[in-house]
Structures are given as C-alpha cells and as structure tokens.
Design a binder for this molecule. Structure first.
Ligand SMILES: C[C@H](NC(=O)[C@@H](N)CCCCN)C(=O)O
Length: 277
C-alpha cells in the first residue's frame, strides 16, 4: 500500500505546509517503523535462543559446514525456482512502480483513484496471504499452485494490455495471484535444499531477485519513455510467459527426478512418519 504518500499528506496537514520539514518528519516516522522491526528481530533471536536452551535443541550443530560456495551445488529445480522468482516479480513490482500514470493515461483515472487501484495488490495480499498459506499447507501440490498463480498473473497483464475492461478486475486478480504465488513458491526452497544451506539459498534468491528488479526497472523505464505503455505491458507479458515456461519445466524435471515439490500434504506427512519410525 502506498502508505508514505498518505503519511506525508497527514504530516503536511498537521504542520500546515509542504517542504523539507514535512518530508523529514515523514521519513523519521518511516525510520521509527524500521527500528520497531529491528526490535522485533532481536526479541525473536532471544526467544529462539531461549527455546534452544530450554528444549535442549542442538540447532546449527549438525557438523555441516556452511560456505558461500554452496551455490555451485544448487540443483536444477532450485535454479528453476530462482528463474520463476525473478521473471515473475519483475512483472509485478516495476509494473506497480510505473502503474499510477498507466491508470491515469489509459483508463482516465484521477490521481487518487490511480493510487488506490495501484495499491490494491498489497491491500489484497495483507488478508489473503495467511489464507493462501493455510491452503498450500493443507493441500501441498506447490507446483500446481505456482502454475495457477503465474497463469492468473499472465491473464491479468493481458487484460490490462489488450482490453479496456474495468482495470479493477485485472488488479484484483493480480493481487490474488501475487499472494498465492508467494505462499507456494518461497517454501519450495526448503524442499530442495538441506537445512544447513537454507540461509544461503534464500539469501541468493533475494539477491538475484533484486538484481533482476534493478535491471528490469531501468529497461521498463526506457521502454516506457520510447515506446509507451502498450509495449511495456507486452514486455511484462513476455516476462510472465518466461515464468510460466519455467514452472512447466520445473514440473517436468521434478517428476523425472522423483522430487517432492508437487507432493500432496498427505504424501509429505506419510514420508515424515516413515522417517521418524
Ligand atoms: C515474499 C515476497 N517478498 C519479496 O519478494 C521481497 N524480496 C520483496 C518484497 C517487496 C514488497 N513490496 C513477496 O513480496 O511476494
């Protein structure tokens, strides 16, 4: 949600004028929320250590050595998950970044209405992510859920690019599919990477996601400046299509290797039980 814009206008109304002081106060409030986040992380670290002590858990003492060079041992399914991640998110975050003017120019929205529709993806994600998280936990079949999410995102971009239908439909669909994708995609890393390499794998995933976002944001800006919004939308459709292709490839590779990425929740439970026996 574009909260900073709203916060800035509240501070502006409070101080009676816009300018460096209003901006400074707004940024200080943003900084305070970061400090709150840091405090929560510290409390979490303390509680985790306490649980380890009380429950006599030997976390992180498995004898496995963690190295940055673990990256070279990442499996093909993990690289496919990374490709899905990058090619999917580059069609969401940069689109939202440039979306406001798109809704003003193509659909004749006012500035306020364009901000509202542009925020709806995150507004939907807030309540829906826990629901989808539960759904994925209860059913398993992560690849199928990722496939549904990517296909729905593709449909959403196609609606925005090629039709004049009410864009709220496409944006709500994007919000739903974006929430579902996060719940099904990110946990898959834990199914293909040993526990001691999880931090490295998630760190790497974030890192290449951000690298992709940095590069694609520049390219998207250039396409917008030279070719306009229709070309930009076609570019985003191409990115999501690459993501869709990678999901299909992941399904095939996972099946060929007898992987557990698309197991149902019951199959996962049975395997866990057979390991504890
Ligand atoms: C879970 C996933 N998170 C990310 O992709 C983060 N790296 C960036 C979040 C930025 C949100 N505006 C997600 O958001 O789906």
């Amino acid at each position: 949600m574009n909260l900073m814009g709203w916060l800035y206008s509240q501070v502006e109304a409070l101080l009676g004028s816009a300018g460096p002081t209003t901006l400074g106060v707004t940024l200080i409030i943003g900084g305070i929320t970061c400090i709150l986040s840091l405090i929560c992380a510290l409390v979490l670290a303390y509680l985790d250590q306490r649980a380890e002590r009380i429950l006599h858990k030997e976390q992180g003492k498995t004898g496995e050595v963690i190295k940055l060079t673990d990256v070279k041992d990442f499996s093909l399914p993990l690289w496919l998950i990374f490709i899905i991640c990058v090619s999917y998110y580059v069609a969401v975050f940069p689109f939202i970044g440039l979306g406001k003017v798109f809704f003003i120019e193509k659909f004749g929205f006012s500035s306020e209405a364009a901000s509202a529709i542009n925020s709806v993806v995150y507004v939907i994600s807030a309540p829906m992510s826990p629901v989808f998280g539960l759904l994925v936990d209860k059913t398993g079949r992560n690849i199928v859920w990722v496939l549904c999410a990517v296909a729905a995102t593709l449909a959403s971009h196609m609606m925005l690019a090629l039709t004049l239908w009410n864009p709220w439909i496409a944006m709500c669909l994007l919000g739903i599919s974006y929430s579902l994708l996060a719940c099904a995609l990110w946990p898959m890393v834990a199914f293909v990477v040993p526990e001691h390499q999880l931090g490295t794998a998630y760190g790497f995933m974030q890192s290449i996601q951000n690298l992709g976002l940095a590069i694609i944001s520049i390219i998207a800006g250039m396409i917008l400046d030279t070719r306009g919004y229709l070309f930009l939308e076609v570019f985003f459709i191409a990115c999501v299509s690459l993501s869709l292709l990678s999901v299909v490839l992941l399904y095939v590779v996972n099946r060929a290797q007898g992987g557990n990425l698309n197991y149902s929740a019951r199959q996962r439970e049975e395997i866990k039980l057979s390991h504890t026996e």
